[in-house]
Design a protein around this ligand. Sequence first.
Ligand SMILES: [Zn+2]
Length: 88
Amino acid sequence: MLFSSHRSARPSPVPRTPRNAPPARQAPAAPPEPAHEHGWIAESRHRTSEGVCVYVRCADCGARRMDLQAHAGLPPVGRSIELGGRAG
Ligand SMILES: [Zn+2]
């Protein structure tokens, strides 16, 4: 009498995705404004048709910004005036 009772009764756990679980909490629309005054330092600059694009980075918090220097000798004009230079 051959009775192969070879059956694996291993309960396969079905991965259940909790539907009631809320998604990742999204950040509010308001961007985090730094509470300190940036100290921009020029990282690199590239000459474009409109002038010289100067990539600056805040040495303190690491924020980056791009300034456009129309002509040599003129101060770079950025979208936002955030010059934290004190020496001068
Ligand atoms: Zn900063």
